[in-house]
Structure formats: structure tokens, C-alpha cells
Design a binder for this molecule. Structure first.
Ligand code: SAH
Ligand code: SF4
Ligand code: F3S
Length: 450
């Protein structure tokens, strides 16, 4: 029988990217073929994100496009991920073109859901689990140098604005041994970088082992493997973890540490469980212990009751901390969350204004920080051709800064020393140090030949 072809589109965070790799393994093991062109597909899947309303709208728009395709030829449409979990009734009722809906903890059911759909039965599988980690399923990764590894699932933090605890359920961790085996396999296959993923990696636990122990073990697998992780919650970032990052040169000196707001009153309403003072102290400790560290953050503008004064405190904190980068969002009320029932009293235009001010300030800080690197030499892990200019290659520093440089034969996965010549707020531009003084090097070589 001809193999059926599966196409999948992924939205949202890296956790969803990692889940898509698990889904693809489950399906290819059941005899399906993965295709990257929707026009070839028999089964069209969309792995969705519910974190903000605009993420949801994008997905709803995409599903409408799939429907138009379904009118031309018989395809199966499946909605996966966080919207499937969060808006299951709404999706189910408004849209009978969707063949099945499956939440993040039920992907093992995908083969049977697809078969049922092809018999004309619609399906829904949205149970959340306290134990499912897909530990035994090796993600189907596209070859490359960088891999995502989900080390845990779910979140128990219940920040008042956030839908994730409802879409992904309770926190649970994979075994340390299982993760180490996966890292060893990746190294053997030539991967050069891993990112350990969890909504709050500090909550990782396997018996007596905590996240710092896991990080240390991963770093020891291969000293040339770059180890990254995301996301750390500022409440339970331990000194042991900071020390571990400081101790191992291959654990990248880059920490994403979402602060969300610069106002203690708002932080409390957000149920973030720390104060600005705690955060400031934590940053101080991190910088003291790891002087070359880069920090990034997340900010929400216009949380319910946020006053102009609260907003100014956020701007002041950004100015004070000087983050290397930030993801900045306008507050978006999400059903089922605690903040959903708070009065969303900040008018849209004010949210937008505040967000723009935050973006503008952070952009200038990032630019300043990047410009300070002009004239220095940075180590870059080469990722491949630059998206914007075909004659250039690109790669990242351990501090997660994108660097673009002329291609002069560098291999993907190599570490190169790049002399930085210029910078904007998004990218550093430089030349491979080996090429910086080519004339003198060539002259020397020639004289040796002669
Ligand atoms: N677990 C991670 C973040 C997950 S969601 C952490 O706690 O750091 C990524 C970011 O989306 C959050 O940090 C927050 O800034 C933003 N976010 C989450 N829910 C939101 C909402 N309802 N409105 C606006 N931004 C939101
Ligand atoms: Fe959401 Fe807070 Fe959990 Fe992050 S820590 S996923 S923001 S509830
Ligand atoms: Fe979105 Fe779900 Fe991730 S809501 S941010 S895809 S955990």
C-alpha cells in the first residue's frame, strides 16, 4: 500500500517544536511519511499555541486555509497542541472540517485518530497526564548541529495571566539517565549544541537530582558540546545552578530570566512570587559569579490595573539591568486564568503605547550592548548560510548573539573566531579572524614555499 504523507506546521514555543519531533517519530514509526510540502499531504496537522490571542488568531486563520484545500481533495485535518487543549469545545463546535483534536499529552493516539478520521469518524483526545514524558520516543530531528531536548513537561507556577498550566498540565520530569543517553546519541551523530527545555527548568527533579545536577552531567558528556537551557524562573534559581554554569565553560553564559514587570504590586498580582528586589539581587549574584554572562527577559505591558507609575518602574528596571535582549508582549487576557476575571482596565491604545516605549528602550540598550562588541573577537558556532545575504554565513556566540560574516570556506558546526566590525540591534557583523590579515599570512606562506 502507498505510504500516506503527513505535513505538520508548528506554532508557539520550542516546547512545541520538540513535540512536533515526537509526533513525527510516532507517525513515521506507524508507517507514515513526513513531507514538507502541504500540496503532497494526505494528512495535515497543525501544532498550536494558545499563549496570547494573536497566536490563536493566526492558527484559526491557517485552519481556514486548510479547509479550502479539503474542498479540492480529501485530506485529514488534525489540530494539536495548546489550543486543542485549551479551546477544545470551541474548536470542535465551530469547525466540523477538523477531523480530530489532540492535546499535548495524547500524541500516542495519533495513528488511531488518523485511521478513525479516514473512516469518517471525528475524534478528540485531550486528557492531561501526570506522568507522560514520551521518554521512550526518540524525537525525529532534522539533521543539523543544534537539538532541543524537552527535559520536563507542564508547569505548576500558575502565573495569573498564563494559560500554560491549563494547556500542558502538571510538572513532570524525564529521568536523568534517559536525557544523558539522548545527549550521548546526539553527540555521536555530530550535534554541537543542545538546549534543555522546560517551562521552568529550575523545577526539574529526578529523585535526589535537581536541574544543576542534570546540567553538570550534560556538560560532562562532551566538553565541546554547547549546552543551553530555557526557561529559568527567578523565584527558584539556585546558587548551585549559578555555580554550575560558572564552572563549566561549555554551559553557555546566557540566561533567559523573565521578569515580566518592574512593579512589585503588579508582580504580586501576576503571582510571580518574587519582588523586584529579589530579582535585582539575583542578577547581581549571577553577574558577580559569571562576569561575561548575557541576560534576556520577557516583559508584559498593560497587565490589569497597571498604572503609568507601574509602567515607569518597568522602564526604570530595564534601564537599570541592561538586558542583552527581551521578548516584549502586550497583555492578552486568556480564558481560565486567574487574571481573566480581573478587570482588563488598561485600554488597548495605552497597552500599545507602553509596549512601544518598552520596545524602543530595549532596542537602544541592545544596540548599545552590541556596539560595545565592535573591535572585539567573538567565538561563533557556525550554523550555515545567512538568510539575508547568500554570500555570507552566520552563527551564534555563546551569549546567543547572531553574527554574520563573509563565507570563506567555514564548515557548519565549526567554531570560528570572528572579529566584529559593526553591529545593529539584531546582529553583529564581522570577518573570520583567519582572514583578517590575509596579506601578511599569504606573504609568509609564499616565502616559505619559495
Ligand atoms: N515559562 C516561561 C514562559 C512561557 S510563556 C516563563 O515563565 O518564563 C512566554 C512569555 O509569554 C511569558 O514569559 C510572558 O511574558 C508571555 N505571556 C504569557 N502569557 C501572556 C499573556 N496572557 N499575555 C501576554 N503575554 C503573555
Ligand atoms: Fe506560564 Fe508562569 Fe508557568 Fe511560565 S512559569 S509557563 S509564565 S505559569
Ligand atoms: Fe504556546 Fe503552549 Fe508553548 S501555549 S508558548 S505552545 S506551551
Amino acid at each position: 500500500m502507498k505510504r500516506q504523507k503527513v505535513y505538520i506546521e508548528t506554532y508557539g514555543c520550542q516546547m512545541n517544536v520538540a513535540d512536533t519531533e515526537i509526533v513525527l517519530r510516532i507517525l513515521t514509526q506507524s508507517g507514515y511519511t513526513h513531507v514538507t510540502c502541504i500540496d503532497e499531504a494526505d494528512i495535515v496537522l497543525i501544532n498550536t499555541c494558545a499563549v496570547r490571542e494573536n497566536a490563536e488568531q493566526r492558527v484559526v486563520g491557517r485552519i481556514a486555509t486548510f479547509h479550502r484545500l479539503k474542498r479540492v481533495r480529501p485530506i485529514v485535518i488534525g489540530v494539536l497542541g495548546c489550543i486543542a487543549e485549551h479551546q477544545r469545545e470551541k474548536m470542535w463546535e465551530i469547525d466540523d472540517g477538523i477531523d480530530f483534536i489532540v492535546g499535548p499529552d495524547e500524541y500516542r493516539k495519533l495513528p488511531s485518530l488518523i485511521e478513525a478520521a479516514q473512516r469518517g469518524e471525528r475524534g478528540i483526545a485531550v486528557q492531561l497526564s501526570r506522568v507522560e514524558t514520551y521518554e521512550d520516543i526518540e524525537p525525529l530531528r532534522t539533521e543539523g548541529i543544534s537539538a532541543w531536548i524537552a527535559i520536563m513537561r507542564g508547569c505548576d507556577k500558575f502565573c495569573s495571566y498564563c494559560v500554560v498550566p491549563y494547556t500542558r498540565g502538571r510538572e513532570r520530569s524525564r529521568s536523568l539517565n534517559g536525557i544523558i543517553k539522548e545527549v550521548e546519541n546526539l553527540v555521536a551523530r555530530g550535534f554541537k549544541e543542545v538546549t534543555l527545555l522546560g517551562q521552568n527548568v529550575n523545577a526539574y527533579r529526578d529523585g535526589a537530582y535537581d536541574f544543576a545536577d542534570l546540567l553538570r552531567e550534560v556538560a560532562q558528556v562532551d566538553r565541546s558540546l554547547r549546552v543551553r537551557f530555557t526557561t529559568s524562573h527567578p523565584f527558584d534559581m539556585s546558587e548551585k545552578l549559578i555555580d554550575t554554569i560558572a564552572e563549566y565553560p561549555n554551559i553557555c553564559n546566557f540566561i533567559h530570566l523573565p521578569v515580566q514587570s518592574g512593579s512589585n504590586r503588579i508582580l504580586e498580582l501576576m503571582n510571580r512570587t518574587y519582588t523586584v528586589e529579589h530579582y535585582r539581587h539575583l542578577v547581581h549574584k549571577i553577574r558577580e559569579r559569571i562576569p561575561s554572562v548575557a541576560l534576556s527577559t520577557d516583559i508584559i505591558a498593560g497587565f490589569p490595573t497597571e498604572s503609568q507609575e507601574d509602567h515607569l518602574m518597568t522602564l526604570a528596571l530595564l534601564e537599570e539591568i541592561q538586558f542583552d535582549g527581551a521578548f516584549m508582549f502586550r497583555y492578552s487576557p486568556r480564558e481560565h486564568t486567574k487574571a481573566w476575571s480581573m478587570f482588563d482596565d488598561v485600554p488597548d491604545h495605552v497597552k500599545i503605547e507602553r509596549l512601544n516605549e518598552i520596545i524602543e528602550l530595549q532596542r537602544s540598550i541592545t544596540l548599545r550592548k552590541n556596539e560595545a562588541l565592535v573591535g572585539t573577537v567573538v567565538e561563533v558556532l557556525v550554523e550555515g548560510p545567512s538568510k539575508k545575504s547568500p554570500t555570507d554565513y552566520c552563527g551564534r556566540t555563546e551569549t546567543n548573539k547572531m553574527v554574520v560574516f563573509p563565507y570563506t570556506g567555514q564548515a557548519i558546526g565549526d567554531y570560528c573566531s570572528i572579529a566584529i566590525r559593526s553591529a545593529n540591534a539584531a546582529t553583529l557583523f564581522g570577518v573570520d579572524e583567519k582572514q583578517v590579515q590575509p596579506s601578511s599570512c599569504i606573504a609568509q606562506e609564499r616565502s616559505m614555499v619559495l
